[in-house]
Ligand binder design. Structure first.
Ligand code: BTN
Length: 330
């Protein structure tokens, strides 16, 4: 009840834009006493909203917190299903772990787990991932695609295109995709994607697609070991970004591109992936798990499984399914 009252007050204040809403009007529209209205203003203030109150004019909203609570994400969300149901945590071990747990107990496609901070964020290949409080995005989307498990890796390509396009739209920065699914700006990584799946032999039960974005971290806040190779949107653009509009843009793009995948048009996904790729056309070294170069050549294309096709110096086309590549200066 308290939560829905807060949402109702916010909705009325937001609808008034920068205008005033009298205490009388609020109490009538919400069917509660003036004292209850006043109490809700305190609830909003403690959640980080800034409000003005004037005896004869009433209340008006002057600022909202940069948070990714449902209160901030839902109002500007333009999707049919993705992100319509949100599980928000101020702090969580890993949003992917929570999303998997919720998916196992029946969470529907489109459910989005969001957290302000992760204390045990997971990266690819058993690595860890840092999501400091207040300056990054950690989100995990539950999907239930009707796909055989072998085709599930396609979802990671969908996610990479979604994030790259959303970041370009919201920030104007030229986000690109480094195979397989790192997102980079000017040669440095600002986003990683971790896709996990639960499947039987023939069909996928669910997929959890986890996306971590460095948004407003200063260079000094980036983990020291990664300072040379990592970056954030703020570090590149020199301005801070509100996180909720980024979530909204990623969800809208994701729903659109995923729709193409499930409609049998993976070719369109690949075309968009190719257009955003910073790997194709480059000389690359494929790296082993230990980081040793295993083969070098020209990154020619990706195939229908998302595998990278590398043309070696002997003219042989080698298919690299997973792992990592480094771009070689020419
Ligand atoms: C990578 O190694 O590049 C992948 C990083 C993925 C990080 C995201 S943050 C949200 C989600 N929850 C996790 O624990 N990991 C993913």
């Amino acid at each position: 009840m308290a939560e829905s009252m807060k949402e109702a007050v916010l909705a009325v204040l937001r609808a008034a834009g920068s205008g005033w809403v009298s205490g009388e009007e609020l109490s009538q529209r919400l069917g509660v006493s003036r004292t209850a209205v006043w109490k809700q203003m305190e609830v909003l203030r403690s959640a980080g909203y800034t409000l003005e109150a004037q005896p004869r004019l009433g209340y008006r909203l002057t600022g909202a917190p940069d948070s990714v609570t449902p209160d901030e994400v839902l109002p500007g969300l333009a999707t049919r299903a993705f992100g319509r149901q949100i599980e928000y945590r101020e702090s969580v071990g890993s949003t992917n772990e929570l999303a998997k747990q919720l998916a196992r107990s029946g969470a529907p496609e489109g459910l989005l787990v969001l957290a302000d901070e992760q204390t045990a964020g997971k990266g690819r290949l058993g690595r860890s991932w840092t999501t400091p409080r207040g300056s990054a995005l950690a989100m995990s989307l539950v999907l239930r695609p009707e796909l055989p498990p072998v085709l599930a890796p396609r979802i990671t390509l969908v996610a990479a295109v979604a994030v790259a396009e959303a970041v370009r739209e919201v920030t104007g920065l030229p986000a690109g995709i480094k195979w397989p699914n790192d997102l980079q700006l000017f040669g440095r990584k600002f986003c990683g994607i971790l896709t996990e799946m639960d499947a039987e032999m023939e069909r996928v039960a669910f997929v959890v697609c986890g996306m971590g974005l460095n948004v407003n971290m200063d260079r000094a806040d980036l983990p020291e070991a990664f300072r040379e190779v990592a970056t954030s949107l703020k570090a590149e653009k020199g301005e801070t970004f509100r996180r909720a509009p980024l979530v909204q843009a990623v969800m809208a793009r994701f729903e659109d591109i995923y729709g193409r995948l499930t409609a049998g048009r993976f070719d369109q996904v690949l075309d968009r992936w190719r257009a955003l790729s910073i790997t194709l056309g480059q000389e690359v070294s494929a790296l082993s798990m230990a980081g040793e170069p295993t083969l070098t050549g020209l990154a020619e294309d990706v195939d229908d499984d998302g595998a990278l096709l590398i043309r070696t110096e002997d003219g042989i086309l080698v298919r690299v399914m997973s792992g990592e590549v480094s771009l070689r200066p020419r």
